[in-house]
Design a binder for this molecule. Sequence first.
Ligand SMILES: *Cc1c(COP(=O)(O)O)cnc(C)c1O
Length: 371
Amino acid sequence: MVDLQQQYQQIKPEIDNGIQEVVDSCAFINGPAVKSFQTDLESYLGVRHVIPCANGTDALQVSMMALGLNPGDEVITTSFTFIATAEVIALLNLTPVLVDVDQDTFNIDPEAIRRAITPKTKAIVPVHLFGQSAPMEEILEIASQHNLYVIEDNCQAIGSDYIYTSGLRKKAGSIGNVGCTSFFPSKNLGCYGDGGAIFTNDDELAKQLRIIVNHGMTIRYYHDLVGVNSRLDSIQAAVLRVKLKHLDEYAAKRRAAADYYDHAFAGQPGLKIPYRYPKSTHVFHQYTLITSNIDRKELIEFMASREIPVMIYYPVPLHLQKAYLDPRYKEGDFPVTEALSEQVISLPMHTELDEEQLAHITSSLLEFINR
Ligand SMILES: *Cc1c(COP(=O)(O)O)cnc(C)c1O
């Protein structure tokens, strides 16, 4: 699905240098590379504060802790996402309230958010799924009407622009009270291990976030809050500094591959190409088709016989996951999510797809469809 080896070869001297510098300095934790990356990312995103942390899941958890959410508070999020989004809500003894998604964008449906609000609702967690921003203006409006926090799960859309009705552009993740991202190797901005970051424009909140990621410590060995240990290490920061410089070029390469796929599949019976939401640029974390009347298992086997991986993101909606079964929800409650989980397929999507590979992937899939 991704080709990190080829990508590394393109930037090897810069990456090797960056890593070597950290090793030479032995400043493995909170070294200068972490501070530099933090500043670089702040200016790239146009946010006042970036708080690096250990992974995207921690970014979400620490955000909810810093906002002072308490057990029993309801947090609204989407039923069609990676489990981490709901996992941290459950871990903090908050109540995840799931809502359905829009069938074109795969992102949280603002009307469904409105219907899910109760007096206990404290926050909304939109996920910018597969590389496109959720409908942020609608979400911000709902949040301000009901006095709710907005925590953006931007693990899949770093670099994407949300485009306001006025034409104003802001980076996905920089719009709500707080934004969270992951630098897991296969993400659009991936390091060579685990990593994550939290973004905010709120000075007070930034202070809390920095304290919580560092054991709740204000002055060394004085712990004012219950915190966690969540750090981005210096080697990962060195890798990320290099890759951040290439992020826009990487997004352009992903878009070019998506354009190729779109062109090949447009109008094909049984395949619906990804909808391009006009209020967001698309950074194609995934290229996801909606199939109809196609046996996905056969399709995946056929593609595997051509050495082409095809994945299903995500095969089981959150409310039907064993660990998250809840008497509040049953099969049929989120029809769009449930249909998508039975119909979607994702094709290889990365920065190193060349014409020959794209031709092989598209012709193989078309051959399967038109058998
Ligand atoms: C990857 C991902 C996460 C978690 O990130 P990790 O760094 O793996 O902890 C959370 N939410 C979404 C939508 C993701 O894709």
